[in-house]
Design a protein around this ligand. Sequence first.
Ligand SMILES: NC(=O)c1ccc[n+]([C@@H]2O[C@H](COP(=O)([O-])OP(=O)(O)OC[C@H]3O[C@@H](n4cnc5c(N)ncnc54)[C@H](O)[C@@H]3O)[C@@H](O)[C@H]2O)c1
Length: 331
Amino acid sequence: MSAASIASFSGRSVLVTGGAGFVGSHVADRLLSQGAEVSILDNFSTGWHQFVPAGARLVEGDLLDPGAVRRALEGCEFVFHLAANADVKDNLLQPRKCIEQNVVGTQNLLEGMRAAGVRGVAFASTGAVYGEATVVPTPEHAPFPVQTSIYGTSKLAAEGLLTSYALGYGFRVWIFRFVSLLGPRYTHGHVIDFWRRLRRDPTRLDVLGNGRQKKSYLHVGDCVSGMLVAIGGSGEPINVFNLGHHEWVEVDESIAVITATLGVKPRIVYAGGERGWVGDSPRVLLDAARLRALGWAPTRSIPESIVETLAFLEASPFVNDRQIPPEGLPR
Ligand SMILES: NC(=O)c1ccc[n+]([C@@H]2O[C@H](COP(=O)([O-])OP(=O)(O)OC[C@H]3O[C@@H](n4cnc5c(N)ncnc54)[C@H](O)[C@@H]3O)[C@@H](O)[C@H]2O)c1
């Protein structure tokens, strides 16, 4: 990583949307540690006051409110846009909310930026845009066969808005397609789902799918480093990067790490089927060669990241107070 040119925001004023959430709060932390002035726009729908870093200017408001976006953008030169309805499964149950938060909210932000003369934005997209990829590991230029989730659809639509604003209004955009992220402040995804279930009943673990889904994960710290390396090493009007680990693990391997770490031996009960829910791609491995060529590499293995995530969850029982995974998902 030493050869990489990492973007420095020292002395610059940056807005982080979703800065009270899992990933956004880490972005805000890193920018503050570089000496940036950081503003956060968050409506706390899934964010936490505990995650907002000291030293950031907080605008508590909604992306759908142009006034809040305007206030948040005051004095800013660059935006990290992470606010979204980020849970793939929840979005299946709430399609309108998903499109409003992830697509309409993104356009509100871009319009606010246009009015304020802010032209640089990094956007948190997802590997879900590839649907069930036909090429694995999946490079950025892989074909997008069919969208398999409302969430992926919303992110792809938002990507379209960003690229249109780049070409139409002179924006410079960085689009990051993340795999699932792990690490401190993690509040949604399979590790917390399993952790919650095992806290309720350590003798039994219900698993969506057949346990054989195989996916890549990445530590949130490596993700933030990846974004900064990409921004430091590229500067086209449109820059698209996959951000994922070269490792991938089966759900069963993940369960083995989780149960060993928690010291439990549950009976595993599989719901069956290749997918856990509609939109759950059985194989996710992104080709991050474009970013690696700039000198970035992950610093933690996936099992290490799972263990660190569990340590956070064990130390932070407040995250169990809400976001109970919905039951009765279409499968
Ligand atoms: N965590 C992952 O594994 C992962 C993977 C791929 C992509 N992403 C993307 O990364 C971004 C961050 O995800 P996360 O895991 O930190 O999710 P998160 O739910 O922890 O954070 C999202 C934040 O956005 C805020 N927010 C949501 N809607 C808002 C709105 N309309 N106005 C203002 N604030 C709003 C929430 O309160 C929350 O603080 C999202 O865009 C997500 O889609 C995350």
